[in-house]
Ligand binder design. Sequence first.
Ligand code: 5GP
Length: 206
Amino acid sequence: MDLTDKGILLVISGPAGTGKGTVVSNILARSDDYALSVSATTRAPRKGEVDGVQYHFVTRAQFEQKIEDGQMLEYAEYVGNYYGTPRERVDAMLEEGINVILEIEVVGAMKIKKLVPDAVTVLLLPPDYKTLEARLRGRGTNTEDDILKRLEQAKREVGNFASYDYIVINEDGASDEAALQIISIVDAEKHRTARNLHIPVDFMAD
Ligand code: 5GP
């Protein structure tokens, strides 16, 4: 008799500058049970970003075509660009028992929760607004206009905290801890009764 072998759809959101990328890389490095869904976006690649690795970089016309063809599981506009999760592979990976991470903003996160009610949504937050601003400026890859828009967006996202299932704080220099906390949330979710309705049947069969 075993607990569910289906993967969990794990949504991780957080204001720009929270350190989502570092925490997600940390989770992926710790466990083969996780995979990151690579989103499509119309924003330009930042220095060092590679097409197909951080994102699939596409034009607006290509993105709109994907929406029309029903290829996007969800999508949203963020600071003037489209971002979306390709439908392809997500279901297959969940069936294979892989926990699929969607690193997406709040509108997309809420669409996923509606579409896939047993998805687990985590809001990753920096310790405070000042730290967020310092991290965002320290990145050095965004324009001033983009930084200001992202900071405004951050306030809205934090205000939306109650829509998420879990909150994790990414303290300075503690991405290990944040990653471990998220892994323990997923481990606990695997034990949720509603995910294990096969147990009484297996119990009698064994
Ligand atoms: P960035 O430009 O900093 O890479 O991403 C901007 C925002 O878009 C982040 O909050 C990121 O989580 C979000 N994002 C990335 N991919 C997706 C996606 O596929 N769908 C949605 N809804 N948001 C996304």
